[in-house]
Design a protein around this ligand. Structure first.
Ligand code: UDP
Ligand code: MG
Length: 338
């Protein structure tokens, strides 16, 4: 890995906050201290309140009044964790941006290790949970979700990695340039590429309060992850349809042989009924799967993800200004001229 100097002009820390009044004072105590020694010229803490209904926003106002490095961004209602982070990412001005949960499950002290990884040349350093302090069924559910997602997704989404990470500016710009609305950020982060390095860390227990992710929100997140990065369900449908119709043909052959070998014991009317039910169920599934292929393609197009992202252009002279800027999106349309 090449040793590219990390631009230390400014570190932005994006913190999604939804009803975290019990955790915020502790966060204030630990966050600044954890990043002050990392050598950045300026610091910025963006607390994005995702429609908090408790005292969180008042606490954030007080934090901003005490320390100008804090900024509060209050969303008009609860839009969800991913939307809150996305909004914060869009407002962050740092040359390096960190994302950290507001409930102190991601220890602010671990940011130092992420920055160190960027120093060693990574563009994205993401936290990989070594030990979770949740209940066993919850841990098993998370673990299986990540494994299923990895197995089915078209891109490499690292196991057991959440949103906790530090990214260089070009990566942030590339993520922000993606126009899709339903954002599964850790998937998009993996999708944009660059040099990504996982950094193990121990995920703490929630500092205070109850988890703000309800089962419904978690299932919605899992769906976004699955359906935004995989068309496997449709492929399964096609395969099922194919297998079913093939089986129907097999059964038909079986019945034909049976009716020849033992015509006196062969029930009349039964065979054609069963075979046609199986066959047409299969054909219908197969057709649905074919329609699904078009839906998948429409979906891919409507997400508007660019065909590629340029990390760097190496040339003796680069004529057109701005070209080859890291993180620049090379759109499919522009490519037609090339
Ligand atoms: N959060 C949010 N909006 C939501 C749900 C959660 O901004 O709708 C925030 C929450 O305040 C916390 C972080 O996202 O800082 C992670 O949420 P939580 O701790 O409930 O998730 P978990 O750690 O269980 O994955
Ligand atoms: Mg949490």
């Amino acid at each position: 890995m090449s040793r590219r100097e990390l631009d230390r002009a400014m570190l932005s820390v994006v913190v999604p906050v939804y009803d975290e009044e019990e955790a915020l004072p502790e966060l204030e105590k630990r966050l600044a201290g954890a990043v002050e020694g990392l050598g950045f010229d300026r610091l910025e803490f963006l607390l994005v309140s995702d429609g908090s209904r408790d005292g969180s926003e008042e606490i954030i106002r007080a934090m901003v009044a005490r320390d100008p490095r804090y900024k509060g961004v209050f969303l008009s209602r609860n839009f969800g964790h991913q939307a809150a982070i996305g909004t914060g990412l869009g407002m962050a001005r740092g040359s390096v941006v960190a994302i950290i949960d507001g409930d102190l499950q991601d220890p602010p002290e671990a940011i130092a290790a992420l920055i160190e990884t960027l120093d060693r040349g990574a563009d994205v350093a993401y936290g990989v949970r070594t030990r979770r302090k949740e209940s066993l069924p919850a841990r098993m559910a998370y673990a299986s979700f990540y494994r299923v997602l990895r197995a089915v997704s078209a891109i490499e989404i690292p196991l057991d990695s959440g949103d906790f990470c530090c990214m260089r500016r070009p990566v942030v710009d590339a993520m922000l340039a993606l126009p899709e609305q339903r954002r599964f950020l850790r998937g998009l982060r993996a999708w944009v590429g660059f040099r990504q390095v996982g950094v193990p860390y121990e995920r703490a227990a929630r500092h205070a309060g109850a988890p703000k992710y309800t089962l419904r929100k978690l299932v919605a997140l899992a769906y976004d992850g699955l359906f935004s990065f995989s068309s496997l369900p449709i492929r399964v449908m096609q395969l099922a349809g194919f297998v079913l119709s093939a089986l129907a043909i097999g059964i038909a052959i079986f019945y034909i042989i049976w009716s020849f070998l033992a015509p006196e014991r062969f029930p009349s009317g039964f065979a054609s009924l069963i075979v046609s039910i199986w066959f047409f169920a299969g054909v219908q599934l197969l057709c649905l799967g074919i329609v699904g292929e078009y839906v998948v393609r429409t979906c891919d197009e409507s997400r508007g993800r660019p065909q590629a992202i340029i990390r760097e252009v190496v040339a003796q002279s680069v004529e057109r200004g701005g070209e080859g800027e890291p993180g620049r999106i090379e759109s499919a349309r522009m490519d037609h001229h090339a």
